[in-house]
Design a protein around this ligand. Structure first.
Ligand code: ZN
Ligand code: ZN
Length: 216
């Protein structure tokens, strides 16, 4: 994955014509003017159908050029310079509005993955289970890193990994099976088992669960 600049996620652009917040849209893959495009992956466009520029545009273009079209007000990221985009209907650009929250989430996940990978080297020395679980339970993370993280579970010998692992829905059943084998080994190493009724950890030789009182 390529590192990208997501500064535009925090930008708020207000349309000077209607005072509404403009939408952040994917820039169309077209060449304008000298063929350089907009020089940006995203554009801020006022998609308000009640915007005065958009409403007046139909008449202006019709009387000037005889076309059925109008304008949308547009600004580039990090700029307040006004531009207009010609549109043939009111739905143009609406499908290219960017889901900023989704990009924020992806970006956050990506940075957490990077941090966790860097922290794996020292996780055993520092008895730090967090990066191991972050990677192992992140279905979008790189498989090799997840597998490497899995390999530290026994060395860390931290039983608190069991709950999050049991509660996780692994998309890949081979991953789930391997992780379950490790958890079984971890329980054995610590002379523990899971109560079949309440799933709490109890002593391997217990005849009664101390959590749910069930007879075993
Ligand atoms: Zn507007
Ligand atoms: Zn129990």
């Amino acid at each position: 994955m390529v590192m990208q600049n997501y500064d535009y996620l925090d930008e708020v652009h207000i349309c000077p014509h209607c005072k509404e917040e403009m939408s952040c849209c994917e820039a169309p893959q077209i060449h304008v003017g000298d063929g350089l495009g907009w020089g940006s992956d995203v554009l801020f466009i006022c998609l308000n159908d009640a915007c005065s520029l958009f409403l007046k545009g139909w008449e202006n273009i019709d009387s000037k050029y005889g076309h059925h079209a109008s304008y949308r007000y547009m600004e580039l990221p990090r700029s307040k310079e006004g531009n207009v985009m010609m549109v043939g209907n009111k739905d143009a650009f609406k499908a290219s509005v960017i889901d900023k929250e989704a990009i924020r989430r992806q970006n956050k996940r990506y940075h957490e993955e990077k941090e966790a990978i860097a922290a794996l080297d020292t996780c055993v020395a520092e008895k730090n289970l967090t990066p191991v679980l972050t990677l192992l339970l992140d279905e979008a993370a790189n498989r090799e890193h997840r597998r490497r993280a899995m390999g530290y579970l026994l060395q860390l010998n931290d039983l608190s990994c069991i709950d999050p692992i049991r509660n996780h829905q692994f998309r890949d059943s081979s991953f789930e099976q391997e992780t379950n084998l490790i958890v079984d080994q971890l329980l054995k190493n610590n002379f523990k088992k899971e109560c079949p009724y309440c799933l709490e950890l109890i002593k391997k030789q217990a005849k009664k669960c101390k959590h749910c009182q069930a007879d075993l």
